[in-house]
Design a protein around this ligand. Sequence first.
Ligand code: PXP
Length: 238
Amino acid sequence: MALLGVNIDHVATVRQARRTIEPDPVHAAVLAEIGGADGITVHLREDRRHIQDRDVRLLRETIRVKLNLEMAVSEEITAFAVGIRPDQATLVPEKREEVTTEGGLDVRAQRSRVEQCVARLHEHGIAVSLFIDPDVTQVELAAQLGVAAVELHTGGYADAKTAAEADSEYDKLVEAGQFAVAQGLILNMGHGLTYRNVRRIAEIHGVHELNIGHSIVSHAILVGFERAVREMKQLVAG
Ligand code: PXP
């Protein structure tokens, strides 16, 4: 059975749209935990567009399930992670202009930077996962760096336009996933997973954890909307 890591970045996106104090991602994390989340994931981006430093600090003190910090291979964010000590740091590529994380981390292209970042996190007892494309070469490099886990990027599968394309992307996840397990790596997956497309991924042999954010936050807004309006209506009507 796969575990569920809930990414709450987009709760913070709604808050930052007004630079106010609600909705608080820390509240969302507590509710996610009550709802059965096995972990909470946040991405502290260098531009702080959604999650803020304060959120990560409070999450570290509040939640009882695993805290997974997604982060760029950057000096500033690594120093922050070392101070916080999340249960796991997931290294992701990050571009300022992107709407969300686009591809996986290219471990081959930036091996020495990734290696230094991993070593620094390991020195402080932080387990590391690398967010990579479902590519056997990238998995092999991840294993050589001695990280505990990889998170295979499921965006290609999730965004597939045809069933044939989805099948082909799925096969890549299965192949890279089996290879990761054979290398002794913990196998996580995520990005773009929804209520419609998740089952097939959760059934892949050896999958440890799925990280899901946007679809859960979207669903939460809709399933909670009627109640939210009813409560405001009562106040307005007096
Ligand atoms: N895993 C990683 C590494 C991510 O960067 C993201 C997006 O922040 C997710 C999982 C979750 O993706 P989504 O919001 O599409 O569920």
